[in-house]
Design a protein around this ligand. Sequence first.
Ligand SMILES: Nc1nc2c(ncn2[C@@H]2O[C@H](COP(=O)(O)OP(=O)(O)OP(=O)(O)O)[C@@H](O)[C@H]2O)c(=O)[nH]1
Ligand SMILES: [Mg+2]
Ligand SMILES: [Zn+2]
Length: 290
Amino acid sequence: MREGVIIKLVSGDYSVLSDNEIIVCKARGVFRHKEIAPRVGDRVLFDPNTRYILQVLPRKNELLRPPISNVDKVFLVFSVKFPDLNLHLLDRLLSIVEYKGIEPVIIFTKIDLLEENDKLEYQKVKEYYQKIGYRVYETSKFNEVNQEIINEINGSISVLAGQSGVGKSTLLNKIEPTFNLKTAEISYALGRGKHTTRYVELLRVAEGWIADTPGFGITDFEKMELSTFARTFIEFYYLSDECRFGSKCLHIHEPSCKVKEALQQGLILPSRYENYLSFIEEIKELNRKY
Ligand SMILES: Nc1nc2c(ncn2[C@@H]2O[C@H](COP(=O)(O)OP(=O)(O)OP(=O)(O)O)[C@@H](O)[C@H]2O)c(=O)[nH]1
Ligand SMILES: [Mg+2]
Ligand SMILES: [Zn+2]
């Protein structure tokens, strides 16, 4: 028996990396009955002779869309233009990724398309996310990929997530032209892409692995306690130390709430708080349904 990591899945063929060798394996029927189909990112035990995967080792975490296990980092890729910067989606993905205990990293793309009028507003947004503790990188048509992005990929399993057309595949092709990933002109009428990427595979970058993801991915909240959700807004959680109700404060109508105080003082990005409120409603609705 040998141990390896699944780096690719194409119609029932699992490419398992083990000791610098890739062995294509099948999964036994038994996995189907147990409802744990092996996925990309799984550490597995396999028989190198029969080439059957025998066991999926415990997962650290799992994403459903894309179906990948043991993810260390999610790069949240957002274009500043075409499609327009969507902070509602950014806050949603940040929250979901925090909830899963995965490290988010933000990449703003298409900086070259930023218009003079929008620069100040963009700068404010970027600095806000940096201030609350996120690492933020930028890419532009005219620049090489920042070496720091490559350093981020090094030594981890990561995933690129973000709307169709924001430039995820373009970014990976710039890092490694031999990937030759398909990219598409975005539809200017719709201001969005066409879901060019359609499969799941971990690609080797530096000493790490990264998956290009088609379109959105990871967009749905799960049923959870509202106080659990509140903790996924990291700067609110940090401030909740000083709320009268502490970590039980949902920062909505509670008295002596430090988050609302900070909001009034202009220390919190208004869109961030609005998005927070709308997610609270969404999760309440989810909790009612099940
Ligand atoms: N101006 C400009 N265009 C860019 C930049 N990055 C990507 N693009 C263009 O944006 C379009 C979409 O890029 P893709 O890389 O296919 O987008 P994607 O995120 O992989 O899209 P899906 O695979 O559909 O999820 C292509 O026409 C790219 O050339 C950039 O920094 N500046
Ligand atoms: Mg793509
Ligand atoms: Zn509060």
